[in-house]
Write a protein that binds this ligand. Structure first.
Ligand SMILES: [Zn+2]
Ligand SMILES: [Zn+2]
Length: 258
């Protein structure tokens, strides 16, 4: 009796295994749980960030060198800014990770691309749009003169913040708070990724400061050119992070944003 039961159980088990293998329904389910397909960087546009046409969720990956992690207040400001301007019904998440120092005093654009290639772990797929920040323990290699670059947006979803420079120009008695300067440059660079100004998000009304590239001609606007250089440190008063002006917001709204 006992061994008969055992035999039945074994048979049943084999039957179930065989059944699972041959069942076409199970194969269909397997296909549905396959990894979503990667989307090439070159195919990502500001509209993909602003609208929910292709992507309804966004993941922002922040990599930082030890000692150069952004303040929580700054990443909170970034999340609030993105939630206010982007149409992402399935949400916006920020993930942070420490990486070892690439060991340079100054970083060129080529260096930043190499660091991204070696360390960025979140890539855009048909399911999730991603963006990337590197918080560097050094200055920008292309600095010239008295004004230093605080951040750069160098790809369709890639940005770097020269956090050492940010720290040099904030937190002191006569300087803006670290989180104020940090937030300003983080939001400014992300707004370039969103296509401002005239940077693949068309202008509703002309407001580009053409002498200074893809920037806004309103000196109170977040997209004023000085906002990504150390010149902004002297302009930041009362701890307020500059906001986008009406013309910049109109451009974002016309391209799928809010
Ligand atoms: Zn800029
Ligand atoms: Zn503006």
């Amino acid at each position: 009796m006992h061994s008969y039961l055992k035999y039945t159980c074994l048979l049943l088990f084999i039957f179930l295994l065989g059944c699972k293998k041959d069942n076409p329904l199970t194969e269909e389910q397997d296909q549905q749980t396959e990894e979503p397909a990667p989307v090439a960087e070159s195919r990502i546009s500001p509209n993909d960030f602003l609208s929910d046409k292709k992507f309804n969720q966004l993941e922002v990956e922040i990599l930082y060198v030890k000692g150069f992690r952004p303040r929580a207040a700054s990443t909170d400001n970034l999340k609030a800014f993105l939630e206010q301007r982007l149409t992402k019904p399935k949400g916006i998440t920020i993930v942070e990770r420490e990486i070892s120092s690439p060991g340079k005093a100054a970083y060129s654009l080529a260096d930043l691309r190499d660091i991204e290639a070696a360390n960025r772990s979140r890539k855009t797929t048909t399911e999730t749009l991603t963006a990337y920040f590197f918080f560097a323990d050094g200055d920008y290699a292309g600095n010239s003169g008295n004004s230093k670059v605080l951040g750069v947006a160098y790809g369709s979803s890639s940005m770097a913040i020269f956090e050492k420079t940010v720290k040099d120009y904030s937190g002191g008695l006569t300087q803006p708070a670290v989180s104020t300067l940090e937030s300003t440059v983080i939001l400014h660079e992300f707004a370039h990724i969103l296509g401002l100004v005239n940077n693949n998000t068309p202008m509703v009304e002309a407001h580009q400061d053409e002498a200074h590239g893809k920037h806004c001609n309103n000196k109170d606007c977040l997209m004023y050119y000085a906002a990504e250089t150390t010149d902004i440190a002297a302009l930041l008063t009362g701890g307020n992070v500059p906001q986008l002006d009406a013309k910049c917001i109109a451009d974002l709204k016309a391209n799928g944003g809010r």
